[in-house]
Ligand binder design. Structure first.
Ligand SMILES: [Zn+2]
Length: 347
């Protein structure tokens, strides 16, 4: 297991959901709860991340987005756009009709430009956000290093999560797409076929977009049907990729209160797709525990015990695996859910 304390400085305090400011669901305690649960089991070692630099990030993300995230907080404080205590959440968004008029945001003050890169009102930026997002990438890449070095399994305790972040867009609590950055890095290190299996409750719209036209990175996702669930605009079953990537994007939408039997069947379908592609690099799993029956922002029905079965199904692929933490917001259960998953994976 790999982690970095840098995530603690990313604490957005509030998000806007359903028209109301509410306390952030994506908070530091999510990761500290997993760390605490795993620390009680002597079989898991906690390792620090190592610095991997900017190149793996700009290999996936538009440099304008990276530059904006790096400097926007300081700019906002200097210009008075924040009082230094309130998080940055855009109040103006660059949507189609505005963009069609020729506006791209160039030359506008950085805090105002956020709305050209942001998906939603749930992803506040504070002083520690950029550092945390950079550290989460290092955590993911360090876990990948461990697996490339011979470990069968490494667990990256990434926070903030990543799978909603697209090439030039952040949102959905995500800034840099940790899983996509690992996948791209594996390709650049010589892999011919990489697979990302996404079992977060939500569709990973960012990962899908980044590899939409690529045949060298398979994306397979199980998630709540976007007809009712964030991110709404992507994740439908007929989104299959385009160009060279056609057939290398697979979405498996799930109904309300899907329980373990139906979930396991869907996961086995997803694993069969992975096996068909037969990756020649470690399997990347975007691991969310917001499929849990008591998750406060989700509606599937997996129990703590069920995660052992989820882990065992993925382990049956018998592939070296990098686990990348994505969502999961039932903080009182997330540690037990992670332990259950790992026990199933190992058993
Ligand atoms: Zn999620």
């Amino acid at each position: 297991m790999v982690a970095s304390p840098a995530h603690l400085a990313h604490d957005g305090l509030i998000e806007v959901m359903g028209g109301r400011p509410v306390p952030c669901f994506e908070k530091p305690e999510r990761i500290t709860a997993i760390e605490r649960a795993l620390a009680e089991e002597s079989s898991y070692r906690l390792l620090p991340s190592t610095v991997h630099g900017m190149q793996p990030i700009t290999a996936v993300h538009d440099s304008d987005l990276v530059e904006l995230l790096e400097h926007v907080w300081t700019d906002a404080v200097m210009s008075g756009a924040t009082d230094g205590a309130s998080p940055l959440i855009p109040d103006t968004f660059l949507v189609g009709p505005l963009a069609a008029g020729g506006y791209r945001g160039a030359g506008t003050a950085r805090p105002a430009r956020l709305g050209a890169y942001c998906l939603d009102t749930a992803t506040p930026i504070v002083a520690g956000t950029y550092g945390a997002a950079r550290a989460a990438v290092d955590v993911a890449l360090t876990a990948a290093d461990l697996v490339l070095g011979g470990e069968q399994l490494a667990y990256a305790l990434c926070r903030p999560p990543g799978h909603h972040a697209a090439r030039a867009m952040y949102g959905g609590y995500c800034f840099f797409n940790n899983a996509a950055i690992v996948a791209e890095d594996l390709v650049r290190r010589g892999a011919g076929r990489v697979a990302i299996l996404d079992i977060d409750y939500h569709h990973g719209n960012g990962t899908q977009q980044i590899f939409w036209e690529r045949s060298d990175v398979l994306y397979v996702s199980l998630h709540a049907d976007p007809a009712r669930a964030f991110p709404y605009f992507s994740g439908h079953a007929d989104e299959a990729g385009a160009g060279a990537g056609e057939g290398f994007n697979h979405n498996i939408p799930l109904g309300v209160r899907t329980g373990i039997e139906d979930y396991a069947a869907a996961l086995e379908r997803a694993c069969a797709i992975v096996n068909e592609v037969d990756p020649d690099a470690p399997l990347i799993v975007s691991l969310g525990f917001d499929t849990f029956e008591r998750d406060p922002i989700a509606d599937l029905a997996l129990s703590t015990e069920d995660y052992a079965r989820v882990g065992s199904i993925i382990a049956s692929l018998s592939r070296p695996t990098v686990l990348i933490q994505e969502g999961g917001y039932a903080i009182d259960a997330i540690g037990a859910n992670a332990l259950s998953f790992l026990s199933g994976f190992g058993g």
